[in-house]
Every structure is written in structure tokens, then in C-alpha cells.
Design a protein around this ligand. Structure first.
Ligand code: GLP
Length: 244
């Protein structure tokens, strides 16, 4: 585990974006799993800026969504697919045919197994970009998720629905179901970039990286990944000197 604690606020996004740049230099046709949430937005901005300067080329990548809402039209502005279009895909040179949204209009079991097939047909994920939920979720693998899971349908926890509700106006209007790459899908990625910023993430980051590996904290399994880079701001790294 390679933990980078970034002291200067403006360097957080650049440090994370640099991981993608290195990946694409090494393997231009990498399959990337892209996360949503507030954490990677600045990194995506940085990548768009680098693209505009001619410093990074997305033409060969295969772009996958880490997760999606299951009970929301993927063309809705609040879908994770729309988020990625808005924050990255529409502003860089990703081939439209290389963009792989989770097709949640198919019956969910079929959508999940098809997504796994789609990932495998591109040789698996080279780099999975992850945030972490306040309860330790990765993608939408909520506490209790099976470490052996592939892409699957999930009932979102009330804490996650609450956290998402600001985008939808109220708890009632917020989607209750997600489709996510499973923990095994994520762990099978050749490299993982885990990002967290802000004091509210400090406890869960410490628990995930140094606590016992347990299904209660899905991100704790990442301790077993042999090629993981963690990028944290100083606030999220607040408790990292101690071990749990
Ligand atoms: C959502 C996403 C996750 C993301 C998490 C953290 O639940 N499904 O993939 O990592 O939120 O979001 P944020 O970065 O806004 O804290």
C-alpha cells in the first residue's frame, strides 16, 4: 500500500490525476473504472485541463462506471453516467464506443452479468478509481457485502441514501437501489487508486486501512490488494499515525 498524504490542498487533485496519467503512459488502452462522488471532481477537472494542453490522450481507453443507481434513468442528470459525461467524458477524446455505462434498463441480474462480461471482454479493469463512503463502502458495496461478489444489485443503506439526498431534494425522491462492481470485481483490478479528502472521512479511512479486515467495512479488504495507491488530504489522514 502506497499512501500519499497531500499537504497542499491544490495538490490533491493533481496527485490523483497523475496516477491516471502514469497508467495511460504505461498502457494507453487501459480499462478504467471511474468513481463518482465529490472526491474525484477536482481530479477530473485536472485531467480535462491536461487534455486541453495536449498532455494526456484518452483515445484508446475503455471507460467503465464503478457503480450506478438501479432505479434511475441513466440519462437523468443525477445518474452516475451523466456525472461522468459532465465531468470527464464530454470534455476529453474518449471514443463513444469505448464508454461502458451500466445498462440498468435491462433486468438487473442480466445487467450485472452483462457488465462483468463487458469488463472481461476488455481484459479486466487495469485501474479502479475509488472513493470511500462514510460507512466504508466502495462503489456501492455497502457494509455486509460479500467479498466474493461480482457486479450486483444493492439495497442502499439509509446513511448512503441520506448522503445522496441533497442531489434529489428529499430522502423519498432519492434512489434506493444501486448496481455496483462487486468487491471481487474491484479486487481483480490490476491497480487501485483510493481517494479520500476531508475530516469527515478521517475515521473511516483509518479503520479501513489499519483496522481488521471485515465485511462490516467493505474498504478494509483493500488492505489485501497488492497494487494500491491511496491519496489523502491532511484532514482525511488525521488518524493515520496510530494503528487500530
Ligand atoms: C457514492 C459513490 C461512491 C463514492 C462515495 C463517496 O456513494 N457511489 O462510489 O465513493 O459516494 O462519495 P464522496 O466522494 O462524495 O464522499
Amino acid at each position: 500500500m502506497n499512501i500519499n498524504v497531500v499537504n497542499q490542498l491544490n495538490m490533491f487533485d493533481e496527485t490523483a490525476a497523475n496516477q491516471l496519467l502514469l497508467q495511460l503512459k504505461k498502457k494507453p488502452n487501459s480499462a478504467i473504472a471511474f468513481a463518482t462522488g465529490s472526491t474525484p471532481i477536482g481530479m477530473y477537472k485536472k485531467l480535462v485541463a491536461w487534455f486541453r494542453n495536449g498532455d494526456i490522450d484518452f483515445s484508446q481507453i475503455q471507460a467503465f462506471n464503478l457503480d450506478e443507481f438501479a432505479d434511475l434513468d441513466i440519462e437523468s442528470p443525477n445518474s452516475f453516467f451523466s456525472f461522468l459525461k459532465r465531468n470527464l467524458y464530454n470534455s476529453v477524446n474518449i471514443e463513444p464506443s469505448h464508454i461502458h455505462p451500466i445498462k440498468n434498463t435491462e433486468a438487473s441480474v442480466k445487467a450485472c452479468s452483462n457488465y462483468e462480461k463487458e469488463i472481461n471482454s476488455h481484459g479486466g479493469i487495469d485501474l479502479a478509481i475509488l472513493g470511500i463512503g462514510l460507512n466504508g463502502h466502495i462503489g456501492y458495496n455497502e457494509p455486509g457485502s460479500d467479498f466474493d461478489s461480482l457486479t450486483h444489485l444493492v439495497q442502499l443503506s439509509s446513511q448512503t441514501i441520506e448522503a445522496n439526498s441533497n442531489m434529489f431534494g428529499s430522502y423519498e425522491e432519492t434512489p434506493k437501489l444501486g448496481i455496483t462492481m462487486g468487491i471481487r470485481t474491484i479486487m481483480n483490478s490490476r491497480k487501485i487508486l483510493l481517494m479520500a479528502r476531508g475530516e469527515e472521512k478521517a475515521k473511516i479511512v483509518h479503520r479501513a486501512l489499519y483496522g481488521s479486515i471485515s465485511k462490516d467495512i467493505p474498504a478494509s479488504i483493500l488492505q489485501l490488494h497488492s497494487n494500491m495507491v491511496v491519496v489523502l488530504d491532511r484532514k482525511a489522514a488525521k488518524y493515520l499515525k496510530e494503528t487500530a
